[in-house]
Design a protein around this ligand. Structure first.
Ligand SMILES: Cc1cc2nc3c(=O)[nH]c(=O)nc-3n(C[C@H](O)[C@H](O)[C@H](O)COP(=O)(O)O)c2cc1C
Length: 153
């Protein structure tokens, strides 16, 4: 059994909908051999990352940066995971009111330091809420899970 870890902060109803959509996608029927663990950032620790075969990070953009909870998650897992999670496949989704670029830059810097491997470009959901955002998140979750199941990473 492979494990897909999803770590996302959910300060709003919309952010919660994105996490639910990513989890729903990750539980795709064609990825039956993938166990999905969706955790709030404070509940996720280095052991969870070390046990994961792929990771999805979801964050809102706050003050031009990733959310404080996701930053705290990276601060706690960085050194325990450094050297042990090189090439770990990961994907990022960002919900931002009007920008999102500072968040992508910051997460990219940290994940580059960790040596993680982006499976796809960051999914940016910027501006006024669109119902299609949940579809995009569901697709992202399904793509990672099915790829993991197929041994493509
Ligand atoms: C304290 C705070 C700071 C924020 N800073 C930014 C920001 O720098 N850039 C941005 O695009 N959106 C910013 N936002 C908007 C959030 O990204 C947005 O409210 C969040 O993603 C939830 O989206 P929703 O309104 O669809 O629920 C901020 C929101 C809060 C509460």
């Amino acid at each position: 059994m492979k494990t897909l870890l999803i770590v996302a902060n959910t300060p709003s109803q919309n952010a919660r909908a994105l996490l639910e959509a990513a989890s729903r996608g990750a539980n795709h029927p064609e990825a039956g051999g993938v166990a999905v663990r969706a955790l709030q950032p404070p509940q996720a620790n280095a052991e969870d990352v070390l046990a994961a075969d792929a990771v999805i990070i979801g964050t809102t953009e706050n003050f031009g940066y990733m959310s404080g909870l996701i930053k705290d998650f990276f601060e706690r897992i960085y050194y325990p995971c450094l050297e042990k999670t090189r090439a770990l496949p990961f994907a990022l989704y960002v919900r931002a009111g009007k920008d999102g670029t500072g968040t992508v830059r910051a997460v990219t810097a940290i994940t580059t330091g960790l040596g993680w491997r982006a499976t796809q470009p960051p999914l940016m959901m910027v501006g006024e809420w669109q119902n299609d955002f949940t579809v995009q998140c569901e697709t992202l979750g399904a793509t990672i899970a099915v790829s993991l199941e197929a041994g493509l990473f």
